[in-house]
Design a protein around this ligand. Structure first.
Ligand code: HSE
Length: 446
């Protein structure tokens, strides 16, 4: 083994510590795979006096990133600090100093990735980002390499561990949202700001990256429709279960034809998934991604989407891949966004819907509510009036295939009905029947 590759890690929190531990534990096999000796020369942290769990041996612990930039023996900078401001400077300066970058920072890539990838390309360098989406699941490699000879039609899945954990607790243990969130936070799953997870931001950033790679067209994170789980009530999860569904927060992106134009439908929101569907069995902090492509058909990838070890595993795979190619002039790995495909507006999408309306329990109410849906061309598939609570009863409706715009319009009129005196409502989307193909192969199982 002749090659020696110097590495500088910036940020030594949960993931940084995991990478150091992984290299210590499996150095022999990692270096064999990399066909190079990996020298962890620096770990850059804000506070060098802070007590740390990881043993750094000969590695220099420093607060001075410039040391890494100046060291000609460092060829890979691993950005694991998170955030989008300082992290942006770190990645930019590393590239300008001629160093390849490995990052787990999906927010940085989703929001500011375009400029950074352009810079990397100009410098003839690579930004590797396997760990940025779904922790240990090798989904970036799957889309960029495994599917490079096919035409991806859709990518969808459970992209956020925290919300999947919360929904599992609510659905399986009957907890309310606040109780389940508190447990997720105690387990260290939720992001520093839990709203990033629970309002769907984290999943939308991951979906934007996946969709851009899958369709080779930049999908801006802001263009992804987003609805989180904070408003979900345990009773809707229970009613969904009685109807044969499990509620999951899904990120979904697919190619659709609209007026003979190909468009991308990209969204993150809670979805009623059939109880026997593969995604329904993905519980707790597990993630799963289903990719459907023209020739290969449906495929599935499942594993732990967050945490020190799974994410460190993905970071290390990027380091190994870079190290292998280091002496053959590594090429800039710019996500190939060669096309610009328009996105479908949310009100144009079609699907089936679950609606719960708390209504007054009096004669004529069902007729009044059903009338609004009928007038908007929304066919009702099932109606159930649940047991009365106080003066109001939950009316649970599922629809046939309908347009989002029509369902929203009918619901808004129903809410104005004096007779029905509608209180709390809930609108959820049911997984499209035409997307229900069972995957034929299983990818990474952690
Ligand atoms: N907080 C994220 C999640 C992990 O719950 O999936 C990092 O993306």
């Amino acid at each position: 083994m002749q090659k020696k590759i110097g590495i500088g890690i910036v940020g030594c929190g949960v993931v940084g510590g995991g990478v150091v531990e992984l290299l210590r534990r499996h150095r022999g096999s990692i270096e064999e795979q990399a066909d190079a000796a990996l020298e962890l020369r620096y770990v850059v942290v804000r506070d060098t006096n802070k007590a740390r769990q990881v043993a750094l041996d000969d590695t220099t612990l420093t607060a001075d990133f410039a040391q890494v930039l100046r060291d000609p023996q460092v060829s890979i900078v691993v950005e694991l600090m998170g955030g989008t401001d300082v992290a942006h400077s770190v990645v930019r300066e590393a590239l300008l100093a001629g160093k390849h970058v490995v990052t787990a920072n999906k927010a940085l890539l989703a929001e500011r990735g375009e400029g950074l990838f352009a810079l990397a390309e100009r410098m003839g360098l690579t930004i590797a980002f396997e760990a940025s989406v779904c922790g240990g699941i090798p989904i970036i490699r799957t889309l960029c390499e495994g599917m490079s000879g096919d035409r991806v039609r859709s990518v969808r899945g459970i992209l956020n561990a925290t919300t999947n954990f919360i929904l599992s607790r609510m659905s399986e243990d009957g907890m309310d949202y606040a109780q389940a969130l508190a447990i997720a936070q105690r387990r260290g799953l939720a992001e520093g700001t839990p709203t990033l997870d629970v309002d769907g931001h984290d999943a939308a950033q991951k979906l934007a990256i996946l969709a851009s790679l899958a369709f080779r067209s930049r999908v801006p994170c802001e263009a992804v429709f987003r609805q989180g789980i904070a408003e979900l009530r345990p009773l809707d999860l229970r009613f969904a279960r009685e109807l044969g569904y499990v509620v999951k927060l899904l990120g979904q992106a697919r190619l659709v034809e609209r007026a003979s134009e190909t468009c991308i439908d990209a969204r993150v929101h809670p979805v009623l998934v059939k109880r026997d569907h593969l995604l329904a069995a993905v519980r707790d902090e597990y993630n799963a991604v289903l990719v459907d492509a023209d020739f290969v058909g449906p495929t599935a990838y499942q594993g732990r989407g967050a945490g020190a070890h799974p994410t460190a595993s993905a970071v290390m795979a990027d380091i190994v891949a870079l190290a292998r190619r280091m002496d053959t002039c590594p090429r800039a790995a710019r996500p190939p966004c060669s096309r610009t495909i328009p996105l479908v507006a949310m009100d144009q999408i079609e699907g089936r819907y679950y609606l719960r309306l708390d209504v007054a329990d009096r004669p004529g109410v069902l007729h009044a509510i059903a009338g609004h849906f009928g007038r908007h061309g929304v066919g009702i598939a099932t109606v159930t009036q649940k047991k009365p609570g106080d003066a109001h009863v939950p009316l649970v409706i599922t629809t046939h295939q309908a347009r989002e715009r029509d369902v929203q319009a009918a619901l808004s009129l129903a809410k104005q009905s004096t007779l029905a005196d509608v209180g709390d409502t809930c609108l959820l989307r049911i997984m499209d029947d035409d997307q229900d193909d069972e995957p034929t192969t299983l990818g990474a199982v952690a």
